[in-house]
Design a binder for this molecule. Structure first.
Ligand SMILES: [Zn+2]
Ligand SMILES: [Zn+2]
Length: 145
């Protein structure tokens, strides 16, 4: 289901809201160590088109977690909102921050080789190792050099 559709979402306290165009109904999970420290569990997210529109942007904190990634959160309530490619307008939003999650489909897990053994999703998903994930998502346009 790769049909773009409009999404909206917000943080827990409502200081930050956003509107964006999702590229598909697919939900991805990232099991990497950075996402687990950031979220307390796997990061569940959707891909959106460039240039999402925010309200309350002054409440958004951004943490540069790696050479290629930035993580956005609400500085008032701590909700995590997005991961974006550093220096670009390429965003993913957390599935849990979406106002309407009814039509989503959980399709892909990345960094599956970093997943700790204490949990497994029962969904049938495409599962990529960290190396496969990096090769898929960091095409030449994303590399900083
Ligand atoms: Zn908030
Ligand atoms: Zn991750």
């Amino acid at each position: 289901m790769a049909e773009p559709f409009n999404v909206s979402g917000q943080c827990l306290c409502g200081a930050v809201t956003y509107k964006a165009t999702a590229t598909s109904h697919d939900v991805n999970a990232c099991h990497c160590g950075m996402c687990r420290r950031w979220t307390g569990g796997p990061l569940l997210y959707i891909h959106v088109d460039d240039n999402p529109v925010f309200t309350g942007a002054d409440a958004i904190g951004v943490f540069r977690s790696s050479e290629w990634g930035e993580r956005g959160f609400c500085t008032k309530c701590g909700s995590i909102l997005f991961w974006k490619t550093a220096g670009k307008d390429r965003y993913t939003f957390t599935a849990g921050s979406l106002d309407d999650q009814a039509g989503l489909t959980f399709t892909r897990e990345i960094f599956i080789d970093d997943k700790p053994p204490y949990y497994d999703f029962a969904n049938e998903t495409e599962r990529l190792t960290g190396a496969e994930s990096t090769a898929t998502y960091l095409d030449s346009s994303d590399k900083t050099e």
